[in-house]
Design a protein around this ligand. Structure first.
Ligand code: GSH
Length: 215
């Protein structure tokens, strides 16, 4: 099993934090996105979508971050369980996770992919040639701010995003917070509950290990 990875980018970051939380050891191959290595024919042959992360397991390829996390989770269904255990927990975690992905990560991505010079002509991740739409930059930023307001409100009443227990939803929200810096949005700004939650998460061994990569 090999994880094709570029830990700095938001989606690989989700998988990296998950792996750290579960204390798993996974063999990795780094694909340097800054050099567009993901679009080289040798990698497109393995993953035609041209994105990272992807996991190769006995010639099968798993490309979506959460699909990778779920696969690793079922190989190692040990504590901590980050997807929930009871039916209601599982549903609540998935509900928040989807909201974070659509209203947070995608909103940030909308502003970022439509503004970054290096993605001119490639406004979506992967190989498709899609022009940037400058009007989407401001819209993406507005959506991102709305998302952080929602997150702040959620965290006012609960220690973690989906309740009393740390879950994959916290990983996704933290990744969004970090990704938003790329569009110069500080999600903690005037948001006390997001700030406290971030400080708390950054004390976790898994987050310390990840953040050390870039010091
Ligand atoms: N839905 C995919 C998205 C993967 C994705 O967008 N990856 C980005 C990095 S965060 C990528 O590979 N970008 C490379 C490019 O567009 O050239 C997932 O959940 O993993």
């Amino acid at each position: 099993m090999i994880l094709y990875d570029y830990p700095r980018a938001p989606n690989p970051m989700r998988v990296n934090l998950f792996i750290n939380e579960k204390k798993l050891e996974v063999k990795r191959k780094i694909i340097d996105l800054s050099k567009h290595e993901n679009l080289k024919p040798k990698y497109l042959k393995i993953n035609p979508w041209g994105t990272v992360p992807f996991l190769v397991v006995k010639k099968r390829v798993i490309t979506e971050s959460i699909a990778i996390c779920k696969y690793l989770d079922s190989l190692s269904p040990i504590s901590p369980n980050l997807f929930g255990t009871s039916p209601i927990q599982k549903a609540i975690i998935e509900m928040y996770r989807r909201k974070i992905e659509f209203d947070g990560m995608q909103a940030t991505g909308e502003a970022f992919r439509n503004s970054a010079k290096s993605f001119k002509g490639r406004a979506f991740a992967g190989t498709a040639k899609i022009p940037q739409i400058p009007e989407l930059i401001d819209r993406g930023k507005v959506r991102t701010e709305i998302f952080f307001n929602f997150l702040n409100k959620t965290l006012k009443n609960s220690k973690y995003v989906a309740g009393k227990k740390f879950s994959i939803a916290d990983i996704d929200a933290y990744v969004t917070l970090s990704f938003a810096k790329w569009i110069k949005i500080d999600g903690t700004n005037k948001r006390k509950y997001v700030t406290n939650w971030k400080v708390n998460l950054e004390k976790r061994k898994s987050f310390i290990k990840y953040n050390k990569l870039f010091r």
